[in-house]
Design a protein around this ligand. Structure first.
Ligand code: HEM
Length: 158
């Protein structure tokens, strides 16, 4: 997790510097990571790759399991499969090397009567994990934006 934190923070700082000043002044640590990292690195890389995404998903699913607002809906879920599919999905959606092999979001959630409140509760559980792992606001916003685009296929009840 240190790795996720430091890589994310370093890259976030690098991107900000590039955007604001067009250069890389200030931070002269003995660290070649930032210098080698292109500003257009994928979100997948900026998040810290597969290990970091897997750690976030593990923590996120634990939050969902403890969340009495929505955990009853997961009573019969195959948690191992759910975690694996979420990792694949996030990896692919953020520009990583994975291929999502699960069902479509429509198919996965059909008949579950998921409301916007349920959806928001799940997103809150994810944000808790992203904050715990100190994912910077920029990367957090990009990831939530990508997942937010799936809402129309998941929320089917009022
Ligand atoms: C951005 C939001 C969401 C994403 C990205 C997402 C993603 C997924 C994925 C990847 C699967 C597995 C598909 C497969 O097995 O092929 C799944 C299944 C499932 N999702 Fe979601 N989901 C979201 C929101 C929700 C919400 C809000 C709920 C309910 C509160 C929910 C409940 C479930 C349940 C119960 C399953 C089935 C698990 C099983 O039968 O093993 N999901 N979801």
């Amino acid at each position: 997790m240190r790795q996720l934190q430091s890589i994310s923070m370093t890259l976030f700082a690098t991107l900000m510097m590039a955007g604001l000043t067009g250069g890389c002044g200030g931070n002269k640590k003995a660290d070649t990571t930032a210098a080698a990292a292109p500003a257009d690195k994928s979100l997948y890389d900026r998040l810290g790759g597969l290990d970091a995404i897997t750690a976030v998903v593990d923590d996120f699913v634990a939050n969902v399991a403890a969340d009495t607002r929505i955990n009853a809906m997961f009573a019969n879920a195959d948690i191992k499969n759910l975690k694996a599919k979420l990792v694949e999905q996030i990896c692919e959606a953020t520009g990583g090397p994975c291929k999502y092999t699960g069902k479509s979001m429509k198919e996965s959630h059909v008949g579950m009567n998921i409301t916007e409140a349920d959806f928001n509760a799940l997103v809150e559980d994810l944000v808790k994990s992203l904050d715990k792992f100190k994912v910077p606001e920029k990367e957090k916003g990009e990831l939530l934006g990508a997942l937010g685009g799936m809402k129309g296929d998941i929320v089917t009840a009022q």
